[in-house]
Design a binder for this molecule. Structure first.
Ligand SMILES: Cc1cc2nc3c(=O)[nH]c(=O)nc-3n(C[C@H](O)[C@H](O)[C@H](O)COP(=O)(O)OP(=O)(O)OC[C@H]3O[C@@H](n4cnc5c(N)ncnc54)[C@H](O)[C@@H]3O)c2cc1C
Length: 818
C-alpha cells in the first residue's frame, strides 16, 4: 500500500512539473532534489527505483548530443519522408498572415491576461458620426424591394451618394483622400447597411475588402498609390478583383489565366510588358468596374526578366477600357442585385509597371492575396452575417410578440421560444466575434486562421437563424414583397456561404489545416527544420523542436487529465465572481483540444490533409473555443451587464457543448481504437460533463426579444431601425413600444368577457362596447384601436396584380441588359 502511495506522490510531483511546463533542465534538477528527499524519507524499494530511473532519463535527455544521436537524427529522415509534398502556393497560403488568440487556444494554456488586456474596441467620434450621418442617410435611401425586383440595381442617386460620401474608401487613409476608418468602423458600416439591403452592403463591402485598394495599400508602389487611391476613395474609379474562373473556383491557385513577359507597343512606344489572356466569372462589381484587379500566372519564356521561366501568380491593376478586355454582362445571384459578372481578356498588353507593387512584386501575387484575405475576410462577411442576426432578432422577435395564434403571442410557445433563443444567443455570439476580430485587425493582426473561423462560423450561424426566422414568421416570410423583411436575406444566404472561401472547404481543409501549422508552437518549426538543407542546422533545429513538442504533448496530457478531474476549478484566471468558471472551462477544453490534435497529427501525419471529416471536427472545436472566448470578452468589455446574462450563458453553453461534442465525435472516429480510448480517458476522465443551453436560460434569452429593453437594444445595437408606420420594421417597433400597456387593457377586456360584463364579440366591437360601458377609458380605447390597426398591418402580406407577376424577373433583366 505504501509503495502505491509513494509512487502516486512521485507521479503527482512529476505531473506538477509537466502541468506547469517546466523545461527539461530545471525539471531534471527539481526531480533529482525531490528524489533525494524521498530517499532520505526512506521511500520503499520499488518506488525509489522507478523515481531514480525517471530522474536518470531526464538527465540523459538534457544532453543534446545524446538526443540527437539516438533520437532526433533518426526521426528526421522519417519526417522528411512522411511530410506531404507542398507546393509553393500552399506554403505561401500557410505562412500568410499572423496568429493571435487562435495560437493561445492551440497552446492548451491560454493566457487570459493577453485577451483581457486588449482594450475593448471602440469607434472614434468621427466614425460614430459617419454611422449616424451618411450611413443612416444611405439606409433611408434604400428601397430593397425596388432594387431587387424592379431596377435590378441600386438607383443612380444611391450610386452617387455612395461614391461622394466615401463609402468605397473606408479603408483608404486620409492622406489619399479616404475616410481612414478602423476595421471596427468598416465592419459597423457594412453591418448597418446589411440590415437594410444585402445588395447595397455587398456593393460597399467589396471595394473595402479583398479589392485593389487593400492590395495597393500594402504592396503598391508610391506612384500606383498616388494614381489610384485618391480616385478610388472618391468613387471616381470603381474597382473589382478577378481571381475566380470557370476552371478555378475553390482551387484558386490553379488559375489557367496567363501573362507572358514580352515587348509590345504601349501609347505608341516600345515597352516591356505582359500579354494577358484570361477568362473570369462571378466577379463582383465587374460589370461596372473601371479598374480591374487581375490575378494570373506569369511566365517569362524568353528570359526578359531573368533566368526563371515560371514566375508565379501575379496581380495587376488594369483599366477596363484597355483594348482586348470584354466586360459588361451580368450574372443574377439569387435575386440579389449587386453587380456581378464574367469578364475576359484576349491578348491584352499591359506595361510591367501595372503589376501591383511593380516588377519587384512579380510572382508574389498569391502571398499578397492571402495576406489581404486574412484582413478583409475578418470584416466583410462577419459584419454582413451579424447584421442579418440583428435584423431577425429585432424584427422577427417583435413579430413573434405581436402575432397571436391560439389567443397567445406565438413567441410565448415553447417551440417558438426554443428557436428565438437560438436567434438571440447566436446573434450575441456573432456580434462578440465580429467586434473582437475587428479589434485584433485594428491592433495590427492579419489573422489568417481567425478570419477563416469567423467567415465560416458566422455565415453558418446566419444561415441557421435566418432559417429559424423564416419558420417563426411562416407565410409572412415566404410571400415576397415590400412588406417582407427577411425573404431576400434568406435567398442570399448561399452567396455568403460560397464567397471568400466556400464554407465546406474552409471548415474541412483550411481552419484546422492552417491552424495546426500556424498556431501550433512546434509543427512549423519541425517542418522548417525538415526542409532545411544544411545538415547541422536541420539536426539542431529539429531536435529543439521535437523535444519541445514532446514536452508540450506530455504537458497537455497531464493538464487535460487534471483539469478534467477537477473540472478546472483550481485554474487561476484574472477575473472574479461567477464568470471565472467560463474562463476555467475554456482553459480545460483548450488543453483537451491541444492534446487530441497532437495525438491525431502524430498518428495521421500528412494524411490528415485528406481526412477532412476529422479536420472539420477539429475546426468546429477550435472555432467554438474562439467564439466562447469572444462572448466572455464581450461580457467583460461591456461592464458585465446583468440583463445580458441569459445571452452570455446561452451562447457560452452552446459553444462549449459543441467543442465537447466535436472532440467526442472525433474520438469515436479516431483511426486507432486503443489510442482513442487512452485519449478519451485523459480528455473526458469523468465523461462528457457539459450540456447544451438549458430550457430556463433559453426561455430567458428568447423573452429578451419580445419586449423593448436595454438588453434588446444592446444586442441589436448598430442596426438600421427605420421609423414610422410606413416601414415594416417601424410598425413592429411602434407596436412593441406600447405592448405592455396594450396587454394590460386587453387583459381587462378579456376578464370582463369572462365575468359576463361584456359579450363575446370581435375586437373592434368589444372596444366600442367596453368604452360605452365604462370598462376602459377613451385613451385606452384609442390605444387598443391603434394597436389593432398596427397588428393588422404587421401581419399583412403583399399581393400583386396577375400581370405584374406574369412579367418574370429574368425577362426584366434581359430587357435591362439589352
Ligand atoms: C455572388 C458571387 C460573388 C463572387 N465574387 C467574386 C469576386 O469578386 N472575385 C472573385 O475572384 N471571385 C468571386 N466569387 C467566386 C467565389 O469566391 C467562388 O465561387 C468560390 O471560390 C467557390 O468556387 P466555385 O463556386 O467554383 O465552387 P467549387 O470550387 O466548384 O466548389 C464547389 C463546392 O465544393 C467544395 N469544395 C471544393 N474543394 C473542396 C475540398 N478540398 N474540400 C471540401 N470541399 C471542397 C466547396 O467548398 C464548394 O462547396 C464570387 C462568387 C459568387 C457566387
Amino acid at each position: 500500500m505504501s509503495t502505491l502511495i509513494w509512487t502516486l506522490i512521485e507521479l503527482g510531483l512529476l505531473g506538477a512539473l509537466a502541468y506547469h511546463r517546466v523545461s527539461l533542465r530545471p525539471a531534471a534538477v527539481i526531480a533529482g532534489m525531490m528524489m533525494a528527499l524521498l530517499t532520505v524519507l526512506l521511500l520503499p524499494g520499488w518506488s525509489l527505483l522507478v523515481g531514480w530511473l525517471i530522474v536518470a532519463a531526464l538527465v540523459l535527455l538534457c544532453s543534446m548530443s545524446l538526443r540527437r544521436t539516438y533520437i532526433s537524427d533518426r526521426l528526421l529522415p522519417l519526417l522528411r519522408r512522411a511530410m506531404p509534398p507542398m507546393s509553393q502556393t500552399e506554403r505561401e497560403a500557410l505562412e500568410a498572415g499572423t496568429v493571435w488568440w487562435d495560437a493561445e487556444l492551440f497552446s492548451g494554456r491560454p493566457d487570459w491576461r493577453r485577451l483581457l488586456g486588449t482594450p475593448a474596441p471602440r469607434l472614434s467620434a468621427e466614425e460614430q458620426s459617419f454611422l449616424d450621418g451618411p450611413a443612416e442617410a444611405l439606409c433611408r435611401m434604400l428601397d430593397d424591394w425596388r432594387i431587387t425586383q424592379e431596377d435590378f440595381d441600386l438607383p443612380p442617386e444611391v450610386w452617387t451618394y455612395i461614391k461622394q460620401q466615401g463609402f468605397f474608401g473606408m479603408i483608404i487613409p486620409k492622406r489619399y483622400g479616404g475616410l481612414g476608418f478602423s476595421a471596427l468602423a468598416h465592419s459597423a458600416v457594412v453591418m448597418k447597411i446589411a440590415t437594410r439591403s444585402i445588395t447595397a452592403a455587398v456593393t460597399v463591402m467589396v471595394p473595402n475588402s479583398l479589392g485593389p485598394a487593400e492590395l495597393l495599400l500594402h504592396y503598391g508602389t508610391e506612384q500606383q498609390k498616388e494614381r489610384y487611391l485618391r480616385r478610388l476613395a472618391k468613387g471616381e474609379e470603381v474597382p473589382c478583383f478577378a481571381l475566380t474562373g470557370p476552371e478555378a473556383g475553390s482551387d484558386a491557385s490553379s488559375i489557367p489565366d496567363t501573362g507572358i513577359i514580352c515587348r509590345g507597343k504601349f501609347n505608341g512606344e516600345e515597352t516591356l510588358g505582359i500579354r494577358l489572356n484570361w477568362e473570369k466569372r462571378y466577379i463582383t462589381l465587374g460589370p461596372v468596374a473601371t479598374v480591374l484587379g487581375l490575378a494570373f500566372k506569369l511566365y517569362d519564356p524568353n528570359g526578359l526578366l531573368g533566368k526563371r521561366r515560371e514566375l508565379g501568380i501575379t496581380c495587376a491593376l488594369i483599366p477596363t477600357d484597355t483594348p482586348g478586355i470584354e466586360i459588361g454582362a451580368r450574372h443574377f445571384p439569387l435575386n440579389a442585385a449587386f453587380q456581378n459578372g464574367p469578364n475576359r481578356g484576349r491578348d491584352v498588353f499591359i506595361p510591367l509597371d501595372w503589376v501591383i507593387g511593380g516588377a519587384e512584386r512579380v510572382g508574389q501575387g498569391w502571398r499578397m492575396l492571402m495576406e489581404s484575405l486574412a484582413a478583409g475576410r475578418s470584416i466583410s462577411l462577419p459584419a454582413l452575417s451579424t447584421g442579418a442576426g440583428k435584423l431577425v432578432c429585432r424584427a422577427i422577435g417583435g413579430y413573434a410578440r405581436v402575432r397571436k395564434q391560439f389567443k397567445t403571442p406565438i413567441g410565448h410557445f415553447e417551440g417558438v421560444e426554443e428557436v428565438l433563443a437560438r436567434m438571440a444567443g447566436y446573434t450575441y455570439m456573432m456580434d462578440a466575434a465580429r467586434i473582437m476580430t475587428a479589434g485584433a485587425v485594428d491592433n495590427g493582426e492579419k489573422p489568417s486562421v481567425i478570419s477563416a473561423i469567423v467567415k465560416q462560423q458566422l455565415t453558418e450561424r446566419m444561415r441557421r437563424i435566418v432559417n429559424d426566422a423564416m419558420d417563426v414568421q411562416g407565410g409572412a416570410a415566404i410571400c415576397l414583397g415590400p412588406r417582407n423583411l427577411i425573404g431576400r436575406a434568406y435567398q442570399s444566404i448561399p452567396i455568403s456561404i460560397t464567397v471568400e472561401g466556400a464554407n465546406l472547404l474552409t471548415r474541412s481543409l483550411i481552419i484546422f489545416g492552417q491552424g495546426a501549422v500556424r498556431c501550433h508552437p512546434y509543427i512549423l518549426k519541425e517542418m522548417r527544420a525538415a526542409a532545411e538543407q544544411n545538415p547541422y542546422t536541420a539536426s539542431r533545429d529539429f531536435d529543439a523542436a521535437l523535444f519541445g513538442h514532446i514536452g508540450f504533448t506530455v504537458s497537455n496530457a497531464v493538464r487535460a487529465l487534471w483539469l478534467g478531474l477537477t473540472g478546472a476549478r483550481l485554474v487561476r484566471v484574472p477575473v472574479h465572481g461567477q464568470p471565472r468558471r467560463y474562463y476555467q472551462k475554456i482553459t480545460r477544453m483548450s488543453a483537451a483540444f491541444a492534446l487530441t490534435a497532437d495525438v491525431t497529427m502524430l498518428v495521421l501525419g500528412g494524411d490528415l490533409k485528406r481526412r477532412e471529416r476529422l479536420s472539420g471536427r477539429f475546426a468546429d472545436a477550435l472555432s467554438n473555443l474562439y467564439l466562447a472566448s469572444a462572448v466572455v470578452k464581450r461580457f467583460e468589455d461591456q461592464g458585465r451587464p446583468d440583463a445580458d446574462r441569459p445571452l452570455l450563458q446561452w451562447a457560452f453553453d452552446d459553444a462549449l457543448y459543441t467543442v465537447q461534442e466535436s472532440l467526442d465525435a472525433l474520438l469515436k472516429n479516431f483511426p486507432v481504437r486503443w489510442l482513442s480510448w487512452i485519449v478519451r480517458g485523459l480528455v473526458f476522465p469523468l465523461g462528457r460533463r457539459y450540456a447544451p443551453p438549458d430550457d430556463h436560460v433559453g426561455q430567458q434569452a428568447a423573452r429578451l426579444l419580445l419586449r423593448p429593453s436595454v438588453a434588446r437594444d444592446r444586442l441589436t445595437a448598430g442596426m438600421f431601425i427605420p421609423k414610422g408606420e410606413r416601414e415594416p420594421l417601424g410598425r413592429i417597433e411602434l407596436a412593441l413600444a406600447d405592448i405592455e400597456r396594450v396587454d394590460a387593457v386587453e387583459r381587462a377586456l378579456s376578464n370582463s368577457v369572462k365575468n359576463g360584463v361584456l359579450p363575446k364579440a370581435s375586437i373592434a366591437e368589444l372596444i366600442d362596447l367596453a368604452l360605452e360601458r365604462g370598462v376602459i377609458s377613451d385613451e385606452n380605447a384609442e390605444l387598443l384601436r391603434r394597436a389593432e390597426a398596427l397588428r393588422r398591418e404587421i401581419i399583412k402580406v403583399d399581393d400583386f396584380p396577375k400581370e405584374v407577376l406574369a412579367r418574370r424577373p429574368d425577362d426584366a433583366l434581359e430587357d435591362e441588359v439589352a
